[in-house]
Ligand binder design. Structure first.
Ligand SMILES: C[S@@+](CC[C@H](N)C(=O)[O-])C[C@H]1O[C@@H](n2cnc3c(N)ncnc32)[C@H](O)[C@@H]1O
Length: 255
């Protein structure tokens, strides 16, 4: 097996199978409806860490105009492939750019800023979080909302599976192959709120032979977002919205 690489890197299977994995994960169900419900009208949305466009294209199909920024070329490439298969009217409502959410200034305001599926947790919970909250505030008019989906600390603290050789996901792929995910290592460092995981992605063909496998590093950081958001002038708008038993969507308002 190849050496461990970062999640969403070029040639990694976490990027190649992102839509298959998220589509099969019930713990994400309903997130798009929550973001759509935060927009008073079908206005403009800035998505931080847009990935393969899972959320951006769904919001565009509901009528929102979405600008998605994303740091990983492998994820953006998939989003552009998906765009080509969409209704041109929907595709035309989505703009995607390769940018870093911790240092972004598009010099315009949006009706809503969203940072779905643990994207903020991918960067360290200090200056990088403060800078990302500043990005959100910079792109909102006073009264605008910013939503951040964060993992629950108690779930991050859980130990890995007792048997690392049992897949945590076993998904049937089109054509009869399978995608299996294994947690090879998992450790949480309380002092810095950091979860490190080594995940093996293994793709099998219809006969059960391994076609490809990669070992990928997935790191999440967690902290109380409220004081860091406050430094950017963002205040809590409501109690966090629980999602799938593993995370919460925190909604802040620009004062
Ligand atoms: C879990 S995916 C979420 C993708 C999409 N928002 C969704 O909900 O399906 C997290 C994404 O955030 C991106 N990301 C991580 N750090 C980033 C940064 N500093 N700036 C922009 N994107 C970043 C990753 O490359 C990845 O595509």
């Amino acid at each position: 097996m190849a050496q461990a690489r970062p999640y969403y890197a070029d040639k990694g299977l976490s990027a190649a199978f992102y839509d298959a994995v998220t589509g099969a994960d019930p713990r994400l169900a309903g997130d798009i409806d929550i973001y759509a419900g935060l927009g008073a009208t079908v206005g403009s949305v800035l998505e931080l860490g847009a990935g393969t466009g899972r959320v951006a294209f769904a919001l565009a199909a509901l009528g929102f105009s979405v600008t998605g920024i994303e740091i990983a070329p492998a994820m953006l490439a998939q989003a552009e492939t998906k765009r080509a298969a969409l209704d041109p009217a929907v595709a035309g409502r989505v703009t995607l750019r390769r940018r870093d959410m911790t240092a972004l200034d598009l010099k315009r305001a949006f009706d809503l800023v969203i940072c779905p599926y643990f994207t903020l947790a991918h960067v360290p919970a200090g200056a990088a979080w403060r800078n990302t909250f500043a990005t959100a505030a910079r792109h909102l008019a006073p009264g605008g909302l910013a939503a951040f989906h964060l993992p629950l600390a108690e779930v991050m603290r859980l130990p890995g599976p007792a048997n690392a050789d049992l897949p945590v996901m076993d998904h049937v792929l089109p054509g009869g192959g399978r995608l299996r995910l294994f947690v090879r290592e998992r450790s949480f460092r309380e002092a810095v709120g950091r979860l490190d995981q080594l995940i093996e992605y293994r793709e099998l063909d219809a006969k059960g032979a391994v076609r490809r496998s990669t070992l990928e590093r997935l790191t999440y950081y967690i902290a109380n977002p409220t004081p860091l958001a406050a430094t950017a002038g963002l205040v809590m708008d409501r109690a966090p919205v629980e999602l799938g038993g593993v995370g919460e969507i925190w909604v802040f308002r620009k004062d």
